[in-house]
Design a protein around this ligand. Structure first.
Ligand SMILES: Cc1ncc(COP(=O)(O)O)c(C=O)c1O
Length: 480
């Protein structure tokens, strides 16, 4: 008799992806300036550690809040007993105001339409439970956040069908790619319930234009589907063009007479996901949200949120912090300035190593980096070889494009906001030395040599790589 459930024993969670394996390798040998200066530098984690001092100084100025006091009286018992799954009204109000502020107050959010969840992870999964049956599908543009395989599919049984985007137009969604994905789903006998995008995109670090958002809204209207816009990085936009939320485009369409009837039909099929994990740098607090104007979705998701509530002390603390408008205004702009400076440091460090990145990068905590010229051949095997070499030899954990379902080998996501400037400089030094050494050894390929090698030459390159390629992680060795 089988003692465990299929869910407990299946491996569709996605933790074997190189995205998560890289984290494990980092944990075994983490870089530390003093204790382990040769260790692995973590550049595969989209954490924002650049503005902690601003949060800490707010806490120091408002000691009553972390001390669970209001008007000098303890509210410990009140918080300890609070368990309403609708959330603290003061927190919901402060959160929707913060979301509006990030969008330049061009749109307002009604606190009655928000559902609090334990991070965006839970928000995305909850939406899947609300919008699709097991075996139905959502279309996602590639490359996409590797966690989606877990968040959208694992427990819900929902399928992901990729919308294939490529470097020829900086990985932007096109009408034909959308239709092709839809056709592909039909061929696989999958009923498509919607499209999910991240705006700004993880891993591209780019914002979506009004035109592309209009294209998506037209598509879901025609095909009778939902649109989920995961806007977890909305506060990280550090360069123009600025951020345009799908809610803004919906609002404009509602005011435009020509489109208003059509827009009324889709208003309740557009859902926004948000979280404080990136903009405020608080992934450990587990604060996320679904915003939807569909009353049935809001009611169902609220009931489901019992499985992943935000603790009352977290809600209390953040309602006070986000309710301080002077603080939020300063935080948003200062954080963006710091992100911009960091991104420039990374881009310039990469350039010195002869490596370029997506030039449209204007948001997020990472760059989408083009290392195609460093591949031995234009294949995903070569991408894994390069990834392992960079992980073990150079001591940098970056995320290979294949873990984000990118269709072209040689792209990597490199994070820049989860370390100090010194560590980032060291990482760039290591990378530059590696590229230089590889040139001397002849193991890096120019585009033309990629072609030459794939047609039979390049043996020396293969030899020089082999010692790194075959140093497998212990997990892989165990599996063998
Ligand atoms: C696009 C996207 N959605 C959701 C998440 C999950 O965020 P949270 O920590 O709020 O669960 C992440 C985290 O990296 C992300 O990049």
């Amino acid at each position: 008799m089988k003692l465990l459930s299929t869910k407990a024993t299946c491996n569709t969670h996605g933790q074997d992806s190189s995205y998560f394996l890289g984290w494990e390798e980092y944990e075994k040998n983490p870089y530390d300036e003093v204790v382990n200066p040769k260790g692995i530098i973590q550049m595969g984690l989209a954490e924002n550690q650049l503005s902690f001092d601003l949060l800490e100084s707010w806490l120091a100025k408002n000691p009553d809040v972390p001390g669970f006091k209001r008007d000098n009286k303890s509210i410990f018992r009140e918080l300890a007993l609070f368990q309403d799954y609708h959330g603290l009204p003061s927190f919901k109000k402060a959160l929707v105001d913060f979301m509006a502020e990030i969008r330049g107050n061009k749109v307002a959010f009604d606190p009655n339409h928000i559902v609090l969840t334990a991070g965006a992870t839970s928000a995305n999964e909850t939406l899947m439970f609300c919008l699709a049956e097991p075996g139905e599908a959502f279309l996602l543009p590639t490359p996409y956040y590797p966690g989606f395989d877990r968040d959208l599919k694992w427990r819900t049984g929902v399928e992901i069908v990729p919308i294939q985007c490529n470097s020829s137009n900086n990985f932007q969604i096109t009408k034909s790619a959308l239709h092709q994905a839809h056709e592909q789903a039909k061929k696989q006998n999958l009923r498509v319930k919607g499209v999910l995008v991240t705006n700004p995109s993880n891993p591209l670090g780019t914002t979506m234009s009004r035109g592309k958002l209009d294209l998506l809204l037209d598509f879901i209207k025609d095909k009778d589907m939902h649109l989920i816009s995961d806007e977890i990085y909305s506060g990280t936009v550090f360069s123009s063009p600025g951020f345009v939320s799908v809610m803004e485009v919906l609002k404009e369409r509602t005011h435009n007479l020509k489109d208003s009837d059509d827009t009324a039909q889709i208003r309740d099929r557009v859902h926004v996901v948000y979280s404080l994990s990136k903009d405020l740098g608080l992934p450990g607090f587990r604060v996320g949200a679904i915003y939807s104007e569909n009353d049935t979705v809001v009611a169902a998701a609220t009931k489901m949120s019992s499985f992943g509530l935000v603790s009352s002390q977290t809600q209390y603390l953040l309602s006070a912090m986000l309710g301080d408008k002077k603080f939020t205004k300063n935080y948003i702009s200062e954080n963006q300035k710091r992100l911009k400076r960091r991104q420039r440091m990374l881009v310039s460090g990469l350039r010195k190593a002869g490596i370029g990145c997506l030039k449209t990068n204007n948001a997020g905590l990472f760059c989408w980096v083009d290392m195609r010229h460093l591949l031995r051949s234009n294949t995903f095997e070569a991408e894994m070889e390069l990834w392992k070499k960079i992980l073990y030899k150079v001591g940098l954990n970056i995320s290979p494009g294949s873990s984000c379902h990118c269709t072209e080998p040689g792209w990597f996501r490199v994070c820049f906001a989860n370390m100090s400037e010194d560590t980032l400089n060291l990482a760039m030094k290591r990378l530059k030395a590696f590229v230089g050494d590889s040139r001397v050894e002849g193991s890096c390929s120019s585009s033309s040599s990629i072609r030459a090698q794939s047609s039979g030459s390049g043996t020396s390159a293969r030899k020089s790589l082999s010692k790194w390629v075959f140093r497998l992680s212990s997990r892989e060795q165990e599996e063998r």
